[in-house]
Design a protein around this ligand. Sequence first.
Ligand code: GLU
Length: 294
Amino acid sequence: MASSSPIFRFAPSPNGRLHLGHAYSALMNERLAARLQGEMLLRIEDIDLTRCRPEFEQGILEDLAWLGISFAPEVRRQSLHFDDYRQALGRLEAAGLVYPCFCSRQEIKEAVRQREATTGIPWPRDPDGAPLYPETCRALGEAEMRRRCEAGEPHVLRLAMDRALERRAGESLSYGRFDETGAEHEIAVDPARWGDVVLARKDVPTSYHLSVVVDDALQGVSHVVRGRDLEAATDIHVLLQRLLGLPTPRYHFHQLLSDETGQKLAKSRMSRSLADLRADGMKPDAIRRQLGFT
Ligand code: GLU
């Protein structure tokens, strides 16, 4: 449906209960959407079939309803849309920008260790601190790649970053970043710093990067509001949008909340969940006040 009103989305992963950091992100989306008279969508990012669980999704819906945040009625669940991601992947494959990689995490670590030992120079890291993929599998010939794929050897699919960037030769890549006042600045991106990123995992025909780009476009998202931890990854998203001929939304990156020890709130560190706070008798209004949304 064509719509000219701004479209925002909150896109949690149901791999645990929501904590205050998620509440902040959802409330920031709500605030900025209200300012621009935009619409709010909810997207469940559940491509990780081992870590995501229906009870966590149910928990997300309950927590958001309890906080009083409302969304457009139709919720998009990524796990129901693998065909959309397969199709996008097929287009990148047809353009010769994708290759299979059979390396395990351990093999990548070892290859990087060996190179560092031989050269005495630290191997480049991506903005999240992980070593860039040393492109080991690109040395396999076409026939060998095909043979191993046909033999059913588990593999991920990677973007050949240099070839992808060559296709965009001469075109500068950038996106519009907006702040809380609505002012906007053009930000240049540098996807090369991520190396040959994974576009499809071993078990599913997509990755976070691919599905977020496909979904933002399919859902007509015009304004992405998310944490600063995803700011650098936006470089990859802008490149994929250009390669796939998809529009680039505007982006706002909000601060990340930390706990008393200064650590970023995270499910993995067992930060207290909204459900815990609710069980302790905390009220939604108090959460909004505490987070600065009165
Ligand atoms: N699903 C991601 C998360 O829970 C957010 C993705 C995004 O906002 O682009 O961290």
